[in-house]
Design a protein around this ligand. Structure first.
Ligand SMILES: [Zn+2]
Length: 103
């Protein structure tokens, strides 16, 4: 009898887990659609798409190489017009070197 109730509990846990995942996925899809619709008139480019993705998933775009990186893992360079994000220290150093080369 305790085996059966164990199975029952397990199935209930699975059901609740599945329900939570389904709700979470639905909410995420809804928020993505809202972002897409608001920017429907903006010019389309892979770079702008990447920025939209970064808003949805709390990530930032490394403008140097185009890689999307979680904000808390990005290397940040503060500039006059705001922070600039890089996915690696290498990218950050290369960007600084190129900027210096340009003058
Ligand atoms: Zn990079």
């Amino acid at each position: 009898m305790s085996f059966l109730s164990g199975v029952f509990n397990f199935l209930m846990m699975m059901f609740l887990f599945r329900a939570a995942v389904t709700i979470f996925t639905a909410l995420r899809l809804m928020s993505r659609r809202r972002v897409r619709r608001n920017t429907a008139e903006a010019p389309k480019s892979p770079f702008l798409d990447a920025i939209e993705e970064s808003r949805v998933f709390d990530t930032v775009v490394d403008e140097y190489c185009g890689v999307i990186v979680p904000e808390n893992e990005a290397y940040i360079l503060m500039e006059d017009d705001g922070p600039r994000y890089f996915h690696s220290w290498d990218c950050r150093q290369k960007y600084i070197a190129e900027k210096k080369a340009k003058g």
